[in-house]
Design a binder for this molecule. Structure first.
Ligand code: PMP
Length: 310
């Protein structure tokens, strides 16, 4: 798990300060009720260009701002200003390595009572160094969780609300305590949703299959990236459809993807090997290509990479 480092910076109450100075009251609404919304955005260091490239920054900010309506968030910073703030925080950190940006819009009012309307909001954003979040080389041993994925009608899954990560934390903890690397959530109807903080793909022949946007998933930006790369560069057929639990066991390949998880091959599910129990060939090819793309090394997708330093 990523730890806070001294020297990290955060945007807080309108300015950039050392992260340790960005502190909230115990009475903050978001702390009491989980009423905050966030994004997770990676920046990749490109050694040849000695620059850090933020991957799909505009798409992350668009998702962030669009979801404000779910929690009735209103803040003074405009959409474009939020994008600038992310860049400014990264610049101020002066980190020339792989980084992770976390903008958060939160209910900052010091008041009692669960509500989203009529409670004031504010925005902050911090930056940390971040390497691998899960192993991306050996393949993961994962288990179907006994915790169900929360449903969109209970806590909206398409928004990255802080409160919803209790669901993720319970599943990830259960998996790890049982000797697995990660968990797979099923929905209340028993079909597959996603991992604790990552989307899931299975491969059957030339088909790249993933649950659809209304399957209680977070509609990931990496998911979208992988679907585009798989279709455009590898000629795969993308299929968004409900996935049954047992399909996980019999698929040729499976992998997780997400900003944090990147592209992480799955080698077993519930102690059943996927394929021959090692990362699949198509997954590895997609993963290699993804790592080139995020570092700004593929001209065709360079527009997805925003440089931090000029
Ligand atoms: N699902 C969940 C629950 C997540 O927390 C994340 C990480 N943001 C993802 C999927 C992947 O989304 P993205 O590719 O946009 O990071």
């Amino acid at each position: 798990m990523a730890q806070m480092q001294p020297g990290d910076f955060a945007y807080f109450e309108g300015g950039i300060v050392p992260t340790e100075e960005a502190r909230l009251s115990v009475m903050t609404h978001a702390f009491n009720y989980g009423t905050a919304l966030f994004e997770g955005i990676r920046g990749y260091y490109n050694a040849e260009e000695e620059n850090v490239f933020i991957f799909r920054l505009p798409e992350h900010i668009d998702r962030f701002v669009r979801n404000f309506s779910i929690l009735c968030m209103e803040i003074p910073e405009s959409r474009d200003r939020i994008e600038e703030i992310c860049l400014e925080v990264a610049q101020k950190s002066a980190l020339r390595e792989d980084i992770y940006l976390r903008p958060i819009c939160y209910k900052d009012q010091l008041s009692l009572g669960p509500a989203v309307f009529g409670v004031s909001s504010a925005m902050c954003c911090y930056v940390i160094k971040l390497g691998d979040y899960v192993d991306t080389s050996a393949g993961l041993d994962v288990a179907v969780s006994s915790w169900r994925r929360l449903s969109d009608n209970a806590i909206p899954t398409r928004a990255k609300t802080t409160g919803s990560y209790i669901n993720s934390s319970l599943a990830a903890t259960e998996a790890k305590r049982s000797g697995f690397h990660e968990a797979i959530f099923l929905r209340e109807d028993g079909t597959v949703a996603e991992g604790s903080a990552m989307n899931l793909f299975i491969i059957q022949g030339n088909q790249l299959i993933t649950p659809p946007p209304n399957a209680d998933i977070l509609v990931g930006i990496t998911r979208n990236t992988i679907m585009q790369l798989a279709e455009e560069q590898f000629g795969m057929k993308i299929v968004e459809r409900p996935v049954a639990r047992t399909e996980l066991y019999i698929s040729d390949e499976a992998f997780f993807c997400g900003t944090g998880a990147q592209v992480a091959p799955i080698r077993s599910v519930d102690r059943r090997n996927i394929g021959d129990g090692t990362p699949g060939e198509k997954t590895k090819a997609l993963q290699d290509y993804y790592f080139e793309v995020v570092q700004g090394k593929v001209p065709e997708y360079r527009h997805w990479c925003t440089p931090v330093f000029s």
